[in-house]
Design a protein around this ligand. Structure first.
Ligand SMILES: Nc1ncnc2c1ncn2[C@@H]1O[C@H](COP(=O)(O)OP(=O)(O)OP(=O)(O)O)[C@@H](O)[C@H]1O
Length: 473
């Protein structure tokens, strides 16, 4: 079976055995200026697909001669330029997830909400044809994709999956260590998707106080609680037509997980203090450096939410698993730093390159950026040497003493001699202690700021402020 040449870009194939539904869909799509062909069975649909190409296929789940899922598989495999969306029975989330996993780009539940359907169709028609498989086109995609650097097999594989995932509306769960590039992957998915012209709204779930969470996510009405002086738009509404990236999703308290699940399933939110629901058209991407499956096992993360957000999982490999990407990353980072500071790009001496090649990078690409930024500031005109990198001494392998004890041992103020410090002026001295404590906490927590803040006994916001003030991040 091969894809026929495209005759009309605006032809849509509607597959449903109920004549009433077909009629309603033909009418709605016709008003959008689209030409429709209809099919009442799988066999009918197959025949139509052979005859001509379609800009979109909308199929019911239950058909007289089989399941719509079969059609999703066939279209994804043989007609990859045709996005396919599934019409599912009301409340049947399993079917929706199954369809997305099979390669459907989205689903709409019965009774079909025409506003939701129109949004879905608009997104589908904006999708560019996918890159031909095996041609390496995905890797060569311009702009945002090329910012996700790396030519290692692991990164090439990630980029290929990413190009496919970008064509779908399915929720994507991005796993990977801190600083490995999860947010960058999320931004790239958004930038390559049909939602690219809409907003990309990143949220650090660990940084929102529990009591403000509902209002931050869904908005609130003026006067709905003390301090609600005016109507406030929530993050869901802010991401309307675009993508909401829920970073550190493992940090969501259980009650909020229930509300989030509801919003995702219903595709609508209710601002705090409001009487009505507001429909939202938002794609959900999420990430955490934690093992979410293990948290589900421990009862700390809801299984139903995990199932819903983890329709597609993308794993971002840690930097130590793709050391061959180091030269490319180093070059890009140094060029960027030099450009930002209006200085010539420094050369990296062989001893520095060797030291970096050996270093395990627990904080991944973000740590590499920090190391190079500091080295750039310290290095003299003849380039960066290994000593300028100030790589942390290798830490003992297992078993590590408790984190608090490590921090306390390294930071015992009585062990710090003001005369050994760069400056004996009290503010600078205190600043130096603060810097050491923060750097240590970041290392102990693999550069996870939420955890580092907890270890330091300060809020996430306070840590962010201090990082900025001390120029650490
Ligand atoms: N493959 C890559 N190419 C270029 N830059 C990268 C790559 N991966 C990560 N970076 C850069 O490294 C830094 C950290 O990346 P990012 O914030 O996406 O990581 P993260 O996994 O989301 O971190 P965290 O878990 O702390 O939220 C960013 O400045 C990002 O631009």
């Amino acid at each position: 079976m091969s894809a026929p040449t495209r005759t009309s870009p605006a032809a849509v194939l509607l597959v449903d055995d109920e004549p009433d539904i077909r009629e309603l869909l033909v009418l709605t799509l016709g008003r959008m200026g689209l030409r429709c062909e209809t099919a009442a069975s799988l066999a009918d649909a197959r025949a139509q697909l052979k005859r001509q190409s379609f800009a979109l296929c909308l199929t019911d789940m239950r058909l007289p001669d089989g399941s719509g899922i079969e059609l999703v598989h066939e279209i994804t495999q043989h007609y990859p330029a045709t996005p396919v969306a599934m019409i599912t029975a009301y409340g049947n989330q399993e079917a929706a997830v199954e369809a997305l996993k099979a390669g459907a780009f989205d689903f709409v539940s019965k009774p079909v909400d025409l506003t939701v359907l129109r949004g879905l169709i608009q997104h589908a028609l904006k999708l560019a044809p996918p890159p031909a498989s095996g041609t390496g086109q995905a890797a060569a995609a311009p702009s945002a994709a090329s910012r996700l650097l790396g030519r290692s097999p692991a990164m090439e594989a990630l980029r290929t999956t990413l190009a496919k995932v970008a064509r779908s509306q399915a929720p994507v769960y991005i796993s990977g260590e801190s600083g490995s590039g999860k947010e960058l992957v999320a931004r790239t998915i958004h930038a390559e998707s049909a939602r690219a012209s809409g907003p990309f709204v990143p949220v650090n779930c660990g940084a929102i106080p529990a009591e403000l969470m509902e209002s931050e996510f869904f908005g609130h009405k003026k006067g709905s609680f003390t301090g609600a002086h005016a109507d406030k738009t929530g993050l869901f509404q802010a991401a309307q037509g675009g993508t909401l990236f829920l970073d550190e999703i493992a940090e969501l308290p259980l009650p909020m997980q229930v509300k989030l699940l509801r919003a995702i399933q219903e595709k609508s939110v209710r601002p705090v203090g409001a009487h009505t629901e507001v429909p939202v058209d938002v794609r959900i991407l999420s990430a955490t450096h934690k093992n979410l499956a293990a948290l589900v096992e421990e009862g700390k993360f809801r299984h139903d939410l995990y199932y819903r957000i983890n329709v597609i999982e993308l794993r971002v490999p840690p930097l130590r698993e793709r050391r061959e990407d180091l030269p490319l990353l180093i070059d890009a980072i140094l060029t960027r730093l030099a450009g930002a500071q209006g200085r010539p790009r420094p050369m990296l001496h062989a001893d520095a390159m060797e030291a970096l090649a050996r270093y395990p990078f627990p904080g991944n690409v973000r740590e590499l950026e920090n190391i190079l930024e500091r080295a750039f500031a310290l290095a003299d005109d003849d380039g960066i040497r290994a000593a300028d990198l100030r790589l942390p001494e290798p830490r003992p392998a297992a078993p590590l003493p408790p984190q608090a004890a490590v921090a306390a041992a390294t930071l015992d103020p009585s062990q710090i001699d003001p005369r050994q410090s760069a400056s004996s002026a009290l503010p600078s001295f205190i600043e130096e202690i603060e810097r050491k404590a923060i750097e240590q906490a970041l290392i102990d927590n693999r550069y996870n700021k939420t955890k580092a803040a907890a270890q330091l006994g300060i809020t996430f916001r306070a840590l962010r402020y201090k990082l900025k003030k001390l120029g650490i991040d």
